[in-house]
Design a protein around this ligand. Sequence first.
Ligand code: ADP
Length: 169
Amino acid sequence: METRIELIQGDITKLKVDAIVNAANPSLLGGGGVDGAIHHAAGPGLLEVCQLLGGCKTGEAKITKGYKLPAQFVIHTVGPVWGVGDRNEEMLLANCYRKSLAQATVHDCKTVAFPNISTGIYHFPKELAAKIAIREVRNYLAVNSIPEKIIFVCFDAENFAIYQELLSQ
Ligand code: ADP
């Protein structure tokens, strides 16, 4: 596996990294899944600042501090819901990774952890989502020295197995 990409199975809220990425919804006011876990672990300070951000469009990313999280920053990105709208889901998911990585670079985040954006409540097919995630991260790292390291954090065993297979290729 590449030295700048790491794969783990676990809970992203526990990671002491420069930034964790949140698979948020357009309101940025919390929700279920990883979003709920991040807000729960970060405490009310995160919700307060998110209320000032004016939401976030699908495929875009906004950054806040991590509050009570071990991570210094949270990069909030809104993944596409699979199977609705203008069928632009693949491009929008790629944008989530690119825009999140760009936020990380601007804020000098050397270590960044990503969840499997859109593969939970938003029902994006897991293998296709993983291919897009890995492609975008590899492309970005090839031309940017910051972040130095990306950690793909899989919560479920199915995603973990998919990433293991794809990253070995
Ligand atoms: P989305 O609405 O973008 O699909 P979800 O939070 O429902 O967001 O799911 C995105 C991914 O995050 C899923 O693969 C889910 O298993 C995973 N996930 C849920 N909780 C956590 C957590 N605490 N840490 C890391 N990943 C998580």
